[in-house]
Design a protein around this ligand. Structure first.
Ligand SMILES: Cc1cc2nc3c(=O)[nH]c(=O)nc-3n(C[C@H](O)[C@H](O)[C@H](O)COP(=O)(O)OP(=O)(O)OC[C@H]3O[C@@H](n4cnc5c(N)ncnc54)[C@H](O)[C@@H]3O)c2cc1C
Length: 411
């Protein structure tokens, strides 16, 4: 237990997952110290939220701040297929007539700073410019961290629970060798930003658009943001995007040519940033918890960004982990059994989102599916908005399998 000097919980990383878990624990009166290696604001990709973030943002006390923010309101998602045919916007409100169905396109440097300041305002002790070097173990149990503080001093901080929210740096995945790469979603990404590019008006201004490449090898995201900026990125198989290509800038330009619906939209604006790249990034840790330690957000696992699920998963794992940690601190039990109470249900939810992503890459038609099984329209929407954590959704996947079987039999 905290001895007055040591916090109950230390958190590594101040992104959305770290800010969430620390705020919710501090709200229950426990001492939390968070160590973030950067000074905020700092750049980050991951700009489109999905509606189910609403409920965690509400618990964090972030909703009013979001409503007052300059972030563009997002009401829908829209798909453009390989031949350029555009679906009608898919409005979240039609499925759930509640204010949670309006979400936001965020500039992450601003959103993450708001989240971190919000954590601070609720009692979390935040250290920026403080890089965690290692997690200290006694036997198998995590008992603290070693950190280099802003003034270059190396400190040891002991705590009852260590939460790793270090994002794709994955401090503990590396230390414990827990990384499992996804055998199917072996993708890469190239992205940049445009100013003055096409944007819809009114309710559709903030729609995320997912546009298939003409050759069906991948897809573009088109995310309208504040200050007349649009985030535009292409996702495709790693080999396709990076092997035998000249450089990222030319590949990006070539893939735009391969997607006339994107060219049409960006041609009225100008590209304002060099192309950035990420490779081979879908992975999962083989476990999320141990005695005295917990992984949340990307530090546990990351899923292809097709349905913009990353920040939701960061918030949700932060929330579930915080509840298990608080209960453990109340009962004096910070064993893996206690800290891992949320793990199974969370992984099931993540797997449902993964399955949906894989179906898209497999060429599965959601339109055909819903026409054949109209009773699943609501469940498909639940999955798309991130309402993933309920077992009854699995019926959808059983019927997707049935439909595939029917198609095979007919051939
Ligand atoms: C190409 C791409 C597109 C994406 N698009 C979307 C999208 O549209 N919508 C969406 O919701 N998500 C998207 N994501 C996913 C999203 O970016 C992440 O899932 C999300 O940022 C995870 O939050 P996090 O808090 O776990 O990690 P992060 O936001 O990465 O935060 C981790 C923090 O830990 C700090 N840190 C790391 N190591 C240390 C250390 N040793 N000591 C101290 N601090 C440390 C880092 O500086 C960082 O601030 C996308 C991701 C990619 C790669």
């Amino acid at each position: 237990m905290s001895n007055g000097k040591n916090p109950h919980v230390v958190v590594i990383g101040g992104g959305p997952a770290g800010a969430t878990v620390s705020t919710l624990i501090a709200q229950q009166g426990y001492d939390v110290e968070l160590f973030e290696r950067e000074k905020f604001p700092r750049y980050h990709i991951g700009e489109s939220l999905i509606p189910e973030t609403y409920w965690v943002l509400k618990r964090l006390g972030m909703l009013e701040k979001m409503k007052r923010s300059p972030f563009i309101k997002k009401h829908s998602v829209q798909f453009v297929n390989a031949s350029g045919k555009q679906s009608a916007p898919f409005y979240f409100y039609d499925n759930k007539p509640h204010e949670c169905s309006q979400t936001w396109q965020i500039r992450r440097s601003e959103f993450d700073t708001m989240m971190l300041r919000n954590a601070e305002s609720q009692g979390v002790k935040v250290h920026e410019g403080a890089r965690v070097l290692d997690v200290i173990l006694e036997g198998e149990r995590a008992v603290g961290i070693q950190v280099v503080t802003e003034n270059g001093e190396t400190r040891t901080v002991r705590a009852d629970v260590v939460v790793d929210a270090s994002g794709q740096s994955s401090l503990l995945i590396n230390k414990f060798k827990l990384r499992v790469s996804d055998p199917v979603l072996n993708k890469g990404v190239l992205w940049s930003y445009f100013e003055g590019a096409y944007r819809d008006t009114g309710k559709d201004e903030g729609a995320t658009i997912v546009l298939s490449l003409q050759n069906k090898q991948g897809w573009f995201w088109y995310i309208p943001m504040q200050d007349n900026i649009v985030s535009v990125g292409v996702v495709a198989d790693f080999e396709y995007l990076f092997k035998g290509r000249e450089n990222h800038e030319t590949t990006y330009a070539e893939e735009m040519e391969n997607c006339p619906a994107v060219i049409e939209r960006v041609s009225m604006g100008k590209k304002i940033a060099p192309v950035k790249a990420t490779k081979d990034y879908t992975y999962r840790a083989s476990r999320a918890t141990g005695d005295g330690w917990v992984l949340v957000g990307d530090a546990f696992g990351f899923l292809d960004p097709l349905y913009s699920s990353g920040v939701l998963l960061a918030l949700k794992s932060g929330e579930l982990a915080a509840d298990a940690i608080v209960e453990g601190l109340q009962n004096g039990d910070t064993s893996q059994k206690q800290l891992g109470k949320w793990e199974e249900g969370y992984v099931e939810g993540m797997n449902r989102m993964r399955r949906l992503v894989c179906e898209y890459y497999d060429g599965f038609s959601f339109g055909n599916f819903v026409r054949r099984f109209p009773q699943h329209r609501g469940s498909i929407t639940d999955l798309l908005v991130g309402d993933l954590f309920k077992k009854e959704l699995d019926q959808v996947f059983e019927d997707i399998d049935n439909l595939k079987l029917e198609a095979t039999v007919e051939q």
